[in-house]
Write a protein that binds this ligand. Structure first.
Ligand SMILES: Nc1ncnc2c1ncn2[C@@H]1O[C@H](COP(=O)(O)OP(=O)(O)O)[C@@H](O)[C@H]1O
Ligand SMILES: [Mg+2]
Length: 494
């Protein structure tokens, strides 16, 4: 950066022979003659430091130590400039895809840990905003607190709010871009895509049934797949697809056509009904429960894919309880991965899952869904970004020793980059064990990182960890002030 544009005044005095030589077409022309300018206080300087940079002066008795040979960290200067590396003072950049391509990381996923209020969401916002410069778009897959809404508004995007008082409806079994693309595809492509979508839907319905306290069997899943295939009406491969909703599925299960129970190899209608009673009831309850109307009617908005960031604001749902939020996150997760998959515009997307543990508490299938998204991120050109308080959030997804917990713990291994903001000592012990931190790194998260907001230890794979201070611009601070509501309530004093 120094001396990037040599000022005309910096032209070396012509009487100096060294400088005259250097002037002939060299790009990195020195701004000062070899022996410095012969003026009082000028001395030797490769750049016009005094004119461009602040100069600090101190006596050697005051400067504890000076080490001029600091090397920058090995992280390439590409992507989002997050702030500075406090050890070298150099800028710190983050571009998970570049890191992957250059062999620093094995996957593009990130996980952020930190106590509430330490700056997790702000770091996410800074990262997404700065990656936008490279044409990378962001999807906030379920914003439970509505924190990202001001960011969207600042960018001129209207977020989609789901919940009390909002007219927006999202069909959990929405066809997304499939419906409009369908006719342009060859028969083979249609079959392939449809199989993919039906697979997703079956998994989603099974996960939703699990939230109602019933773990579906393989037979249930086979029946669900058959019902969905019939309802969507693409058995012949020629006609257009029919939109399907969860009540349609529940209705078909409660009143099966003869060829359905025959196809599913039941001896008769009665046997079919007896066998599928629980899954039918689970789906029907879902439609009647606190989420009634939200995910079981046709989708009534279109998502603008050219927007730099999109978000589903779930803050209006909070009054309906944790379970409702978790169900909503599951529906959104399934829906957003379906549409982003089909949106084959070749673009890289960041998918933010703030408070991901809420969704994973729903059960094994919800945990598996997150797991498979993380595994596919490389193939699907996505950067999955998980936000958590502490690793034990992952343990809270199920009973000790259960399969859920085993998968959830493995999620950490699927995120090459771990950003560790400040933590209290107790949690830090746990982090140190789960992420194999050295004692020094652990001290960094409990000490140094706690001293200022936005300080974090960035670990890329098993790198030693970079001590980075994220710097927010005044605009970013203003649009992402999560304490604004508290401040407003304390009166006009501030
Ligand atoms: N790097 C930073 N510099 C200055 N203020 C910050 C920084 N990071 C976060 N903050 C402020 O701290 C508050 C809490 O941050 P937030 O990102 O919501 O924390 P978390 O998501 O961890 O709960 C916000 O008001 C934000 O403006
Ligand atoms: Mg937050």
């Amino acid at each position: 950066m120094f001396g990037a544009a040599p000022a005309p005044t910096a032209a070396p005095p012509t009487e100096n022979p060294d400088a005259a030589e250097a002037g002939s077409g060299r790009v990195n022309r020195p701004l000062a003659p070899r022996r410095g300018r012969s003026a009082a206080g000028a001395g030797w300087a490769p750049v016009e430091a005094a004119a461009r940079l602040p100069v600090y002066q101190a006596a050697t008795s005051e400067v504890g130590g000076l080490f001029p040979l600091l090397a920058a960290n090995g992280v390439p200067a590409v992507g989002a400039r997050m702030g500075y590396d406090t050890l070298s003072g150099g800028a710190f950049y983050c571009h998970p895809i570049e890191w992957l391509l250059r062999g620093l990381a094995t996957n593009p996923n990130l996980v952020i840990f930190g106590e509430p209020g330490r700056g997790k969401s702000s770091t996410v916002v800074a990262f997404c905003l700065r990656m936008m410069l490279f044409g990378i778009t962001t999807l906030i897959s379920g914003d439970v607190k509505g924190e990202y809404t001001p960011l969207l508004r600042a960018l001129g995007v209207t977020p989609i709010a789901l919940g009390r008082g909002s007219p927006a409806r999202l069909n959990a079994l929405d066809l997304g871009p499939l419906a409009s693309r369908w006719n342009g595809w060859s028969l083979t492509r249609q079959r392939e895509e449809l199989t993919g979508v039906l697979g997703r839907w079956t998994k989603l319905l099974a996960a939703l049934a699990e939230t109602q306290g019933y773990a579906p069997t393989v037979t249930d899943e086979a029946v669900l797949a058959a019902v969905l295939r019939r309802l969507v009406g693409a058995g012949d491969g020629y006609t257009a697809l029919t939109p399907v909703t969860i009540p349609d599925v529940a209705r078909e299960l409660a009143d099966p056509a003869e060829d359905l129970w025959r196809e599913a190899r039941f001896a008769g209608r009665r046997e079919f009904l007896d066998h599928t009673r629980q899954i039918t009831d689970a789906l029907s309850n879902l439609v009647l429960g606190p989420l009634a109307g939200l995910f079981d009617e046709p989708t009534n908005f279109t998502l603008d894919f050219d927007a730099p960031v999109q978000s589903m604001d779930l803050s209006l749902l909070r009054s309906r309880g944790d379970q409702a939020i978790a169900v909503a996150l599951t529906c959104l997760g399934s829906w957003s991965s379906l549409i982003t998959d089909l949106q084959d515009d070749g673009e890289i997307r960041i998918v933010v899952r703030d408070e991901v543990w809420r969704q994973m508490r729903l059960g094994l299938r919800a945990v598996q869904a997150v797991d498979s998204d993380l595994r596919l991120s490389r193939a699907e050109r996505k950067i999955q970004l998980l936000v958590m308080h502490k690793p034990s959030d992952l343990l809270s997804v199920g009973a000790a020793g259960s399969q859920e917990v085993a998968i959830a713990k493995d999620l950490l291994a699927l995120c090459s980059t771990r950003i560790l903001l400040g933590q209290s000592t107790r949690v830090a012990d746990e982090l140190a064990t789960d992420l194999a931190l050295s004692e020094r790194e652990q001290d960094v998260t409990t000490g140094w990182a706690m001293e200022r907001r936005g300080r974090a230890l960035w670990k890329i794979e098993s790198s030693p960890g970079y001590k980075v201070q994220t710097v927010l611009s005044p605009t970013e601070l203003a649009i992402f002030d999560t304490n604004a509501q508290l401040r407003a309530r304390t009166g006009p004093a501030t």
